[in-house]
Design a protein around this ligand. Structure first.
Ligand SMILES: NC(=O)c1ccc[n+]([C@@H]2O[C@H](COP(=O)([O-])OP(=O)(O)OC[C@H]3O[C@@H](n4cnc5c(N)ncnc54)[C@H](OP(=O)(O)O)[C@@H]3O)[C@@H](O)[C@H]2O)c1
Length: 317
């Protein structure tokens, strides 16, 4: 149970990756400022979290079951919190989906929206009335750079994160009136199970329904570039956890918080040309004409943006 003055932080999707590292980092805060309620849909997957939490487990970190896709599970979990008092809600649970659209079933697409978008909506809907009554709270959403800029073959995942961004941008205005802050965390690639699951799945898949030319572009052009980007630009879940802690502790938290400064120019491209042509054509050339130069381009990008644009992003250090 939270002791006096501790902020109650509830996080979704803590069995692995970013959610696990945010939970542990906040639980291990030297000033013991937080009581963390780390949630996951299947408590059988708790071992990694419990091990990483060490002696904070049962002290500043407690565990609860929560499936963001179930009304009942969300209601039960929030009602089990003392006085339903949550100071900081971190919506982190999410799944990815990548591949040629023709080979993806509608049910698979709906599952992505059910988890990434409606899962977040379900959480906010349950927690928001109590925050409104108390006139205070902070809602944090782990979105993605793909919520700001679409990426080829990530059509459905990017759409789900765009939906998340649109929803939160709209809610943020109303909630400000109730002294509730909304912040988006927008990572680029991060080395987690999400990436591992994606690469494993893609290497096994046949892509029925897609024509051979599209499958060739996906398997032989997109996938190698994507792996290269992950290797060159990927952050660690700890990087994202540090950024998130910084956002929680900021006196005036920003709405957008991109965690990777290397992505600032890519998103800026979109706003530099209101017709959208610049970013569509830049991505086209990067993928189809400059594929083999991608690795070099990544490193150049890394060099030219290392210092000057950092001020605009929440850097982990
Ligand atoms: N990795 C990246 O490159 C990257 C980049 C930008 C944004 N993000 C975002 O970061 C967030 C965390 O992803 P990650 O990279 O840390 O991946 P991850 O290691 O696969 O973690 C995802 C977490 O979400 C949980 N989850 C999935 N469906 C759920 C449900 N219905 N209810 C509750 N929990 C559920 C998973 O639980 P199970 O163990 O039960 O599956 C897992 O704990 C996601 O929102 C993702 O979109 C990731």
């Amino acid at each position: 149970m939270a002791s006096n003055g501790q902020k109650v932080v509830l996080i979704t999707g803590c069995s692995s990756g970013i959610g696990l590292r945010i939970a542990v980092m906040l639980a291990k805060d030297k000033k013991k400022q937080y009581h963390v309620i780390a949630t996951m849909r299947d408590l059988k997957r708790k071992d990694k979290l419990v091990e990483a939490a060490g002696d904070t487990y049962g002290q500043t970190l407690t565990l609860q079951t929560l499936d963001v896709c179930s009304d009942e599970s969300v209601r039960q979990c929030i009602s089990s919190v003392k006085d339903r008092h949550i100071d900081v809600l971190i919506n982190n649970a999410g799944i990815s989906l990548v591949g040629p659209l023709e080979s993806i079933g509608m049910d698979e697409m709906k599952k992505v929206f059910e988890t990434n978008f409606f899962g977040m909506v379900r959480m906010i809907k349950e927690v928001m009335p109590d925050m409104k009554r108390r006139r205070g709270g902070h809602i944090i959403v782990v979105s993605s750079v793909m919520g700001l800029q679409g990426v080829v073959f990530n059509d459905i995942y990017a759409a789900s994160k765009f939906a998340v961004e649109g929803f939160c941008e709209s809610m943020a205005v109303q909630l400000l009136k109730f002294n509730i802050t909304v912040s988006m965390i927008e990572p680029g690639p991060v080395h987690t199970e999400l990436e591992v699951k994606m690469v494993e799945e893609m290497s096994k898949k046949e892509f029925p329904g897609s024509d051979p030319e599209t499958v060739h572009y996906f398997k032989n052009i997109y996938l190698p570039s994507s792996i290269d980007i992950f290797e060159t630009l990927g952050q660690t879940p700890d990087d994202i956890a540090r950024c998130t802690k910084k956002v929680i502790e900021a006196p005036h938290p920003c709405f957008h918080n991109m965690t990777n400064p290397l992505y600032t120019p890519i998103v800026a491209l979109k706003y530099a040309d209101e017709t959208g042509g610049l970013s569509v054509h830049a991505f086209y050339h990067m993928l189809f004409n400059l594929g083999s130069l991608m690795h070099v381009a990544m490193n150049v990008l890394k060099c030219i943006t290392c210092g000057c644009l950092r001020g605009r992003t929440v850097t982990p250090s």
